[in-house]
Design a binder for this molecule. Structure first.
Ligand code: MN3
Length: 205
């Protein structure tokens, strides 16, 4: 993604993920939350032409390129832009079920079975304190790593290649699920876009 940043298309209607993710949450999450990250990031970078030339992935992949005075702002707002752009592609009205092919084999090799993987991911999301994300990434050795980040941080900044992300900020589920984060997580498995995650895996390998 490149400066000036714009709100990305969702790729489906706001109500397409019903009943698992409600229309109102999707509208707010996209047009208010992510739009704010977009606006804030553009504002922070307004007077930094050297950073405007770099793709956002490159900036967040090497935080040392960011002047110290704006570094935290770029981490927060830039992560908010990039992470949500990826998150929308993690979901599809035709999602759910289980992964196939090379991705499934990699999941089995790293986590034992798909069920074990899903359980570990679910538990990780339930336990994440405060606001943050759950990730599946490839590390430098090409191994699948499950991790969490606080706030809007991304594993890109740790030298990993994220292929799957899950937003566990309260704004992602509070309207429909209130304090019941476990229900949101259980619902999410019904709309996970395994085709996209498989594509991300093959590109990252
Ligand atoms: Mn969010």
């Amino acid at each position: 993604m490149n400066y000036p940043y714009k709100l990305p298309e969702l790729g489906y209607a706001y109500d397409a993920l019903e009943p698992y993710i409600d229309k109102e949450t999707m509208i707010l999450h996209h047009t208010k939350h992510q739009q704010a990250y977009v606006n804030n990031l553009n504002g922070i970078l307004e007077n930094h032409p050297e950073l405007q030339k770099l793709p956002l992935e490159a900036i967040l992949g090497d935080l040392n390129v960011i002047p110290a005075s704006i570094r935290q702002g770029v981490i927060d707002q830039g992560g908010g832009v990039l992470n949500h752009t990826m998150f929308w592609t993690m979901m599809s009205p035709r999602g759910g079920g289980e992964p196939k092919g090379a991705l499934l084999e990699a999941i089995k090799a790293n986590f034992g079975s798909f069920d074990a993987f899903r359980d570990q991911f679910t538990q990780t999301a339930k336990k994440l304190f405060g606001s943050g994300w759950v990730w599946i990434s490839l590390n430098k050795d090409g191994k699948l790593i499950m991790s969490t980040t606080p706030n809007q941080e991304t594993p890109l900044s740790e030298g990993m290649k994220p292929i799957m992300c899950f937003d566990v900020w309260e704004h992602a589920y509070y309207l429909k699920y209130q304090n019941r984060r476990p229900e949101y997580i259980d619902a999410w498995w019904h709309i996970v876009n395994w085709d996209q995650i498989d594509e991300n895996y093959r590109k990252a390998e």
